[in-house]
Design a protein around this ligand. Structure first.
Ligand code: GDP
Ligand code: MG
Length: 355
C-alpha cells in the first residue's frame, strides 16, 4: 500500500495501491533545501511529513498515471528522465536495465503526469526476469493511459506486435510513441509504414520524437495530457520521483557496473545502500555490491582494485549531481549466491515481488 497522509489526502484512486514507498523522495529544489529533505544521520529517510503539502488543484487541472511500456532498450527510461528533467531512472545500451517500476512525476500549471517506467516486456529466463515482466504487465492495468514506446530507427518486430496485442486486450487508452527519430534514415517510409500497421488495428495515435535529442516532446506531452481526466495533484508539485534518494543512489552505482564490467556481471548484481551519513560539507555513503559468484566478485573488484575504483569514482560523480553536494563513496563487494532465483532475497534487496 502507498502510505502517506499527504498522498491519500491528495486523492489516490483505488488503482494506486501498489506495495510502494512513500514519497520521501527526490525533489526539484535548490541544494540547501534539498539536503534537508534527504536522510538523517542514521541513514533512515526523513518522514513524509517533512514534505511540502499538496495544494488543491485549480479548475480544469488534469492528472493521472501514464505507463511507459515497450520492448527493452527502446528508450523508455531516457524519455522519462527527459520529461521530468532529472536523471531518476538509469539507462544503458544493456537490455533489462530498469528493474522496479519507477515513477517519474511531471507537474505543469495545467497537469500532473505520473509516469510509470517499467522494465521492458520480454521472455523471462530466471526468477528476476519473471518478476520484471510481471511488474510490467501489472502496470498496464494500473494506469490511466499508456505510452507504448517503440524504436523508430528499426522496423516494427515480433516483440512489438506481442506487446501491441497485450495492450489491445485492455481498455486503457494508448498512444504509440515512436522514439529515436534522430537515428532514422532520411527515407524512413518502410519504418513508418511498419508502425502505422502496428497501430492501425487499435486506432492508436502515433507520435514521433527523440528522447535523446529532445525533439517532438511538447506535442507528445500535449497528447498525453489530453488523455487524462480532470483530477487532483497526487504528489507535491516539486517532487520528481516517488522513490527514496537511497534507491536512486543504488541505481546510479548499478548503472556504472553495467557500463564498466563485462556482460555476465550486470544481470547478477544488486546494490544495498548500507549507510548514509550527512555532514554539513560531505555525505558519506557505504554501499554493498551483491554478486552471485566469486568470479563476478573478481571482475567487479578488478586487478589491484582498479575496476571497483572506476565504478566508485563514476558513481560518486553521478550521486554528487543527484544530491547537489560532495560525496564520499565506499563500496564493498559480497557474494550472495543465487539471489536472482530467490523471491525472499529479491525482496530484501529492494525489488518489488508481487504475490
Ligand atoms: P529502456 O530499456 O527502454 O528504458 O531504454 P533506455 O532508456 O535505457 O535506452 C536504451 C538505449 O537507447 C540507451 O543507450 C539510450 O541512450 C538510447 N536512446 C534512448 N532514446 C534515444 C533516442 O531518442 N535516440 C537515440 N539515438 N538513442 C536513444
Ligand atoms: Mg529502462
Amino acid at each position: 500500500m502507498v502510505i502517506s497522509g499527504q498522498v491519500s489526502g491528495g486523492g489516490y484512486r483505488s488503482h494506486c495501491c501498489y506495495p510502494d514507498k512513500a514519497p520521501e523522495s527526490i525533489r526539484t529544489m535548490p541544494p540547501s533545501i534539498f539536503n534537508q529533505s534527504g536522510f538523517n544521520q542514521s541513514g533512515t529517510p526523513l518522514s513524509a511529513s517533512a514534505a511540502t503539502p499538496i495544494p488543491d488543484a485549480p479548475a480544469g487541472f488534469r492528472s493521472g498515471f501514464v505507463g511507459l511500456i515497450g520492448r527493452p532498450n527502446v528508450g523508455k527510461s531516457t524519455l522519462m528522465n527527459q520529461l521530468v528533467g532529472q536523471k531518476i531512472a538509469i539507462t544503458s545500451p544493456v537490455a533489462q536495465t530498469t528493474r522496479n517500476r519507477l515513477r517519474g512525476i511531471l507537474t505543469t500549471t495545467e497537469a500532473q503526469i505520473v509516469f510509470v517506467d517499467t522494465p521492458g516486456i520480454h521472455k523471462p529466463h530466471h526468477q528476476l526476469g519473471t518478476v520484471l515482466v510481471k511488474n510490467a504487465k501489472m502496470a498496464i492495468h494500473a494506469v490511466d493511459a499508456i505510452l507504448f514506446v517503440v524504436d523508430g530507427s528499426v522496423v516494427a518486430g515480433g516483440g512489438d506486435r506481442y506487446i501491441a496485442e497485450l495492450l489491445g486486450s485492455v481498455s486503457t487508452p494508448a498512444i504509440l510513441g515512436i522514439n529515436k527519430i534522430d537515428q532514422q534514415p532520411s527515407d524512413c517510409a518502410v519504418l513508418d509504414d511498419s508502425y502505422a500497421a502496428l497501430a492501425a488495428p487499435y486506432g492508436w495515435p502515433q507520435l514521433k520524437f527523440s528522447a535523446l535529442s529532445v525533439q517532438g516532446l511538447d506535442p507528445l506531452l500535449q497528447a498525453l495530457v489530453e488523455r487524462l481526466e480532470p483530477g487532483p495533484y497526487y504528489y507535491p508539485p516539486d517532487l520528481v520521483t516517488d522513490q527514496p534518494e537511497r534507491f536512486i543512489m543504488g541505481e546510479l552505482i548499478r548503472e556504472q557496473i553495467l557500463r564498466l564490467t563485462r556482460e555476465e556481471v550486470p544481470h547478477s548484481v544488486a546494490i544495498a545502500i548500507d549507510r548514509v551519513d550527512e555532514d554539513p560539507d560531505i555525505t558519506r555513503i557505504l554501499a554493498t555490491i551483491h554478486v552471485e559468484r566469486p568470479s563476478q566478485k573478481g571482475i567487479a573488484i578488478g586487478k589491484g582494485g582498479r575496476m571497483l575504483k572506476a565504478i566508485g569514482s563514476a558513481a560518486r560523480q553521478q550521486i554528487q549531481k543527484l544530491i547537489a553536494g560532495k560525496v564520499y563513496l565506499e563500496l564493498f563487494v559480497k557474494v550472495q549466491p543465487k539471489w536472482r532465483q530467490s523471491r525472499t532475497r529479491l525482496a530484501e534487496l529492494g525489488y518489488r515481488v508481487e504475490k
